[in-house]
Design a binder for this molecule. Sequence first.
Ligand SMILES: [Mg+2]
Length: 387
Amino acid sequence: MDLKIKSIKAYPVWIGHRNQLLVKIETNKDIYGWGESGLSSRELAVKSILLHFENFLKGKDPFKIGRIWQEIYRSQYFEGGRVITAAMSAIDIALHDIKAKALNVPVYELIGGKQRDFVPAFASTAVPPGERMIDLSKELIEKDWKCIRLSPSQKPDHSEIIYEPREALSETAEWLTKARAELGNEIVLGVDMHHRLNVAEAASFCNKMPPGTIDFLEEPIRDENPTSYQSLRRMTSIPFAIGEEFASKWQFLPYIENDITQFARLDICNVGGFTESLKVAGWCEAHYIDLMPHNPLGPICTAASVHLGAAIPNFSWLEARNTPSEKLGSDNDDIFTQQVKLKGAMYPVPSTPGLGVDVNEEIIKELEFKYWEATHLQRTDGSITNW
Ligand SMILES: [Mg+2]
């Protein structure tokens, strides 16, 4: 076929409630692929490195995906880093889209074949702890959702920028305990602490709830120091769900090898695409850890995560954000003319060639990037705390 990479186009554009960095790789033939980068609020940095990579990727064989991954990562002095691997993720996903289309197969056929008929999903209530959180959970359970992620209390004083961990964790623990009592034992419940606590606060939080209240605790503390996580691991029996910010298999390494995390919150648009995700998945399999992928972006990230989930044995639930409890609008039908959509509480595995996603490029050319920066949370004493 003699396919060659012709161009890489990066579109950081505001869709629904957020910016999405959509990446199109064109070839010398009539075949193109779409990828997405997940380094939220740093999209312009990723776009710049994508344009740099385009210079040496032009003319290369898009089938040599593993070699291209190695070449981008290793053929420079300052290897790796979040910005680079977010760009590599989009390239790797788009190259899988191209190769699968060229071979006329769905992407999962390139990575071992389909192991499941659908990919289960979890929903988030995305409201502060309270009666509304429990009512939304009941609605989800009625609609056959099996796994629900609840949100912690964020701003006890109802300020836009103040976060006091101790007040937040006490209120959250009380409401999670009520939620479990009202929702029953069958439903899988988790909570995302958004790495806002320190080790002592996280341990107190876990100890304020009866055993069995939650089935997973997502990101209680920040992850730069795995030894601190090991210390927290010894203080609670609640399974952890960690890894959405990891930008390589090497960041996962201590968390898997030391059995710190019990679910891998891998993000295919940040960790390094399919190529890196499969390595992390294999490593997790050896430690009986299921993937519970992070999927907060748009339909390209969703489709890539669905193909990954279809082709690996160790999978629990894929994060879904356009659910009955959260309608975020990042799956606009005019823009994403073909996409993999939720069906109840699961994603069907698409059988169309490639990822099963297409984008109306004429529309996104006209869309704007919107400056967005996370709230810079602070304590009541004025000091900075984690967002
Ligand atoms: Mg999270």
